[in-house]
Ligand binder design. Structure first.
Ligand code: ADP
Ligand code: C5P
Length: 244
């Protein structure tokens, strides 16, 4: 197990004296648009590169006891709900070839785990996924490629109801109330305006195999230009997902 600050990369793909910085891909879009699904599909197709996925959700701030008492009044869709400084540090460390320990977030209790983290190793490709990863200019500027997953709001809401009731311990009426009060307004105020920063917009998310194939082809081209070339055909894929 590596310490968060200590471990430099020894990528088999790069010159030890002049390691190439990882290629950073940002994937944004509204809640339940299929961001994670698209990332997983891209990662599968990049099987001969070392790829890690970092979820912005991991950087949600834990709620205080006071906030927890009034959780229905808490806006999880506002940029301030995230510890963006910590996210920025994490991506900067990964970009500089160091391993990091990413917090583990619990959507049922709105808290981070107090004693466990997820180890993310230095890699050739970093995918940063989340509703607001294009919001902060400093985070945006770390990205080599920006993808926006564009899925109709009714499809997203129906998926969200299903996911939040099955996986996140919510009831339907609280999901609908949160959606109307916070999720939809924040999508209009923060997520949708950040779409303009995208290099590529994928309609229909993971259903759009043509778009994903084209994106993967482009990533391969860019990795070649980036000096991160495939050397070992059967190199291990170091893939991590941080959704819980
Ligand atoms: P996001 O990361 O944007 O929140 P996810 O990829 O986690 O979205 O998808 C949200 C939910 O919708 C998940 O339960 C997932 O299984 C489901 N889902 C995603 N894409 C599709 C799809 N193309 N068809 C059907 N269900 C999907
Ligand atoms: O996976 P997805 O992109 O949908 O995750 C972001 C969503 O998670 C936000 O729309 C936010 O409303 C929701 N969320 C929540 N409860 C938390 C943290 C986030 O409902 N404790």
């Amino acid at each position: 197990f590596h310490s968060p600050t200590a471990t430099a990369s020894s990528s088999p793909f790069s010159d030890a004296n002049a390691p190439n910085p990882p290629f950073v891909i940002g994937v944004s879009g509204g809640t339940a648009s299929g961001k994670t699904t698209v990332c997983d599909m891209i990662i599968q197709q990049l099987h001969d590169h070392r790829v890690v996925l970092v979820n912005q959700d991991s950087f949600y701030r834990g709620l205080t006891a006071e906030e927890l008492k009034r959780v229905h009044e808490y806006n999880f869709d506002h940029p301030d709900a995230f510890d963006t400084e910590q996210l920025l540090d994490c991506v900067l460390m990964l970009k500089s070839g160091q391993s990091v320990q990413v917090p583990i977030y619990d959507f049922k209790h709105h808290q981070r785990s107090s004693d466990s983290f997820r180890q993310v190793n230095a890699s050739d490709v970093i995918i940063l996924e989340g509703i607001l990863v294009f919001h902060d200019q400093r985070v945006r500027n770390l990205m080599n490629m920006k993808i926006f997953v564009d899925t109709d709001a009714d499809v997203r809401l129906s998926r969200r109801i299903k996911r939040d009731t099955v996986d996140r311990g919510r009831d339907v009426s609280s999901v609908l109330e949160q959606y109307a009060k916070f999720v939809k307004p924040a999508f209009d105020d923060f997520v949708l305006p950040s779409k303009k920063y995208a290099d590529v917009i994928i309609p229909r998310g993971g259903d759009n195999h043509v778009a994903i194939d084209l994106i993967v082809q482009h990533i391969y081209t860019k990795l070649g230009q980036h000096g991160i070339c495939k050397i070992y055909p059967n190199a291990n894929v170091i893939q991590s997902t941080f959704q819980i």
